[in-house]
Write a protein that binds this ligand. Sequence first.
Ligand SMILES: [Zn+2]
Length: 223
Amino acid sequence: MERMKQEKAVVVFSGGQDSTTCLFWAKKQFGEVEVLTFNYGQRHKQEIECARAIAAEQGVNHTILDMSLLNQLAPNALTRDDVAIEQKEGELPSTFVDGRNLLFLSFAAVYAKQAGARHLVTGVCETDFSGYPDCRDIFVKSLNVTLNLSMDYSFVIHTPLMWLNKAETWKLADELGAFDYVREKTLTCYNGIIGDGCGECPACKLRKAGLVSYLAERQEANA
Ligand SMILES: [Zn+2]
């Protein structure tokens, strides 16, 4: 672990709760941290602006990669106003884009190598598994091997949230001294409202459920 202190990491960064928690985690682990945001025509330009503001406040180098081709491949509810956010019983939610995480991590690796970083940090998580096959631990481990072979380089993909539920992700932010920051400055809401959000959309409901559960647990621990 001592060696990591001298090394550089690139965090895949959206400005949301998960990736911001990962940023704070990475700042503790590594000597130097950069963040990388993918612009794929998100519904809300606020998402990019939010990521930009957090990176500036945290004093980390921020690169925004144009991934608008994703929208060309797979028009979906995250990028198109005319596609509603919904999830039918037994199906993937309409926010799903096949291979999105595969593409993001692969682009991040190409970027990281030329930036002199072998560590990649991503907030993917298998616990609240919503059916995204390329967010599974087995996929990340498999891609890590493939990336190392493809570029003859020793990447290490870190997934600090992989086995955490939403309440545990809040707990991690708290342990990193970033609870209030993550709560107030990050954007998870599909309606583009920073912090606690609109409270109505699926992303807000999920975030709030985790928060309520963590706050109850914290109160109990302090009682
Ligand atoms: Zn919302």
